[in-house]
Ligand binder design. Structure first.
Ligand SMILES: Nc1ncnc2c1ncn2[C@@H]1O[C@H](COP(=O)(O)OP(=O)(O)OP(=O)(O)O)[C@@H](O)[C@H]1O
Length: 582
């Protein structure tokens, strides 16, 4: 047997964690210096009352415009106030202003971006429209108008500034979510019956949180700049000490006491630079670790109609006159044209055809998982003799219906251990404790032929091979004891030795549990190996339905004969080879 490990398994805690972008940014010298500067400024702001040698308003009218020394390290201003104390209290109000801008823009932009990116539809359209409208507003003019007509409070101005910056978070989060929502592991989570809220929390937020942190650092720098700019123009609150306010006052006395411009200018410059540098270090850390994730491309082919053959109502699954189209109604293209499929409990049915014939879309429609733009335009799907709606099928996923996808690796979330990805659906559907779910998961991994299952439970997907990942997905698909299992090309991505083992495993599990198995494949070897009946699809229609023995002995349709000829040309099927003792 081929070794299925691609990397040594961990002996204890796994070492790989995607969430450590901040730590990686701190390993970059510029990131570290910027991080230290931010921590220092924040600490000074928080403990201003303890650190500042004088009160913010404490003045000594006998000591005006001093340059430094004798109890006033950096001198005094025109009102005899201590410059160091003004800088310390100024840090507090400047950071509060920046925090308001960041907080408001995140509060508005992140949830709306998540919803627009994840669900799309009208919310996305309206969200994009509002976001573009806000971006088109001249920010500084809005702030000046707000101050003149509504409130002179700097905090309120920063709140409005936060709203003006919300589109940056909205667009960022929306784009990030759109790039992961069609990932196979997100589909796999849906299949496991995981709720949308949980999918967003576990799978989507983990991907968007690092860009959000970067954006927050950039917005903080921008907030500091805008606030200081407004205060410098004399539009701040004169009763609240801030760096912008100090700059304004210093500028008016620049020829008498240039240090009044120097120190607040330096504090502001260093803090803004620290936030900007830290954002850059975060971005570099993210670029280092993130590989692009693109959804698999669907094949394309033109669809034409064809007639279906042989009908018998399936007691477990019965698909009738299923039609699937992509595109907007009125301008859509039908890719599946009235397909009928029946599957009895305890039997294995193959859905075979060349690439683009509509096998996968038929299976996905049965699961309720058609990709965006695809919809069922006609037909019905019955499970256990009962018609089931799209919503009902989605509820059955992961429990009554299991799904084994084509690409094992892409269907596991790289951010979570194998164990946590197996345990979650078991806990949810079987209503068992974490430890019970964990022992079930270990037993399942053992059953699907994984050596050292406990160590694999603690591994991340990148630490196991494709063959092992497929075994994990099979374990996950049967973990909640489904009665119907749908497998889409479950062996295509694997090497030949492992393909045979996976097929044996599937057949074994199907027989043990009496499941009905619908297996999508383009490989007649797979059909010969494990199927009882087979449907042949061409151009979105079923052209032949036979028992496997009859299909191989006497194929009726020219297309089946051509497919069989092409498939057996390169060698005989495994079953034939076994029969002939080869
Ligand atoms: N998102 C989509 N938008 C438009 N057309 C699509 C989309 N996904 C699939 N199709 C079309 O649906 C048809 C059937 O595709 P399907 O994925 O079911 O083929 P298949 O037989 O499973 O092939 P393969 O084995 O290569 O996956 C193809 O003509 C394809 O172009």
């Amino acid at each position: 047997m081929t070794s299925e490990y691609t990397a040594p398994l961990p002996t204890g805690e796994p070492t790989f964690k995607r969430g450590s972008v901040v730590l990686r940014a701190l390993r970059n010298p510029a990131g570290l210096i910027a991080g230290i500067a931010i921590v220092v400024v924040v600490t000074v702001a928080v403990f201003a009352d303890i650190i500042a040698p004088y009160g913010a308003d404490e003045s000594d009218l006998t000591r005006l415009f001093e340059h430094g020394g004798d109890g006033h390290l950096l001198g005094t201003d025109g009102a005899g106030r201590d410059v160091v104390s003004l800088l310390i209290y100024g840090a507090r109000s400047s950071l509060i202003g920046a925090a308001i801008a960041v907080g408001v823009s995140m509060l508005v932009g992140v949830p709306t971006g998540l919803i627009a990116g994840f669900y799309g539809r009208w919310f996305d359209t309206v969200g994009m429209w509002i976001s573009s409208a806000i971006l088109a507003l001249p920010g500084i003019v809005v702030l000046l108008a707000f101050r003149a007509s509504v409130s002179t409070s700097m905090w309120m101005a920063m709140l409005v500034f936060g709203v003006l910056l919300a589109p940056s978070f909205f667009n960022l989060v929306r784009a990030s979510v759109r790039s992961v929502r069609d990932e196979l592991y997100v589909d796999a989570a849906r299949v496991s019956g995981v709720s949308d809220v949980r999918i967003i929390a576990r799978h989507v937020l983990t991907v968007v949180r690092a860009p959000i942190v970067i954006q927050a650092a950039m917005v903080a720098a921008l907030g500091l700049m805008i606030q200081a700019g407004l205060e410098f123009l004399g539009l701040g609150d004169r009763n609240v000490p801030s760096w912008g306010q100090s700059l304004n006052e210093g500028f008016q006395n620049i020829f008498r006491a240039d240090h009044l411009v120097l120190w607040p200018g330096l504090a502001l410059g260093v803090t803004i630079a620290a936030f900007a540098l830290f954002a850059n270090a975060l971005r570099d850390a993210l670029d280092e670790s993130d590989k692009p994730r693109t959804p698999p491309a669907r094949p394309s082919a033109d669809a034409v109609s064809s007639s279906a053959v042989s009908r018998r109502e399936g007691d477990l699954l019965s698909v009738r006159d299923l039609r699937i189209a992509f595109g907007r109604s009125g301008n859509d293209s039908e890719v599946v044209h009235g397909v009928d499929i029946d599957l009895n409990a305890g039997s294995v049915v193959g859905l075979v055809g060349e690439s683009g014939s509509g096998k996968t879309q038929t299976a996905l429609a049965t699961l309720g998982l058609l990709s965006d733009g695809g919809r069922i335009t006609a037909g019905s799907i019955a499970i256990d003799g009962e018609m089931v709606t799209h919503k009902q099928r989605l509820r059955m996923l992961g429990a009554e219906i299991g799904y084994i996808p084509q690409e094992p690796m892409s269907n596991l979330d790289p951010a979570f251990t194998i164990g946590s990805q197996l345990i979650e659906p078991i806990r949810r559907h079987m209503k068992v404790s974490r430890s019970e779910a964990s022992s079930r998961a270990v037993a399942l991994l053992e059953r699907v032929g994984i050596p050292q299952p406990k160590r694999v439970m603690a591994s991340y997907p990148h630490q196991i091979s494709g063959g092992m990942a497929q075994r994990v997905l099979i374990a996950g698909a049967v973990s909640c004891e489904p009665r119907l299992l749908i497998a889409d090309e479950p062996t295509t991505a694997l090497d030949v030795t492992i393909q045979a083992e996976i097929l044996d495993l599937l057949r074994g599990l199907q027989q043990e549990r009496g499941m009905g198995l619908l297996i999508v494949t383009h490989d007649f070897g797979v059909v010969a190996d494990i199927c009882d009946e087979v449907y042949v699809m061409q151009f979105g229609a079923i052209v032949e339905h036979q028992t496997v023995a009859n299909l191989f002995d006497a194929p009726r349709h020219d297309y089946t004969r051509a497919l069989l000829g092409a498939s057996l040309e390169g060698g005989k099927s495994r079953r034939q080879r076994e029969k002939e003792g080869i």
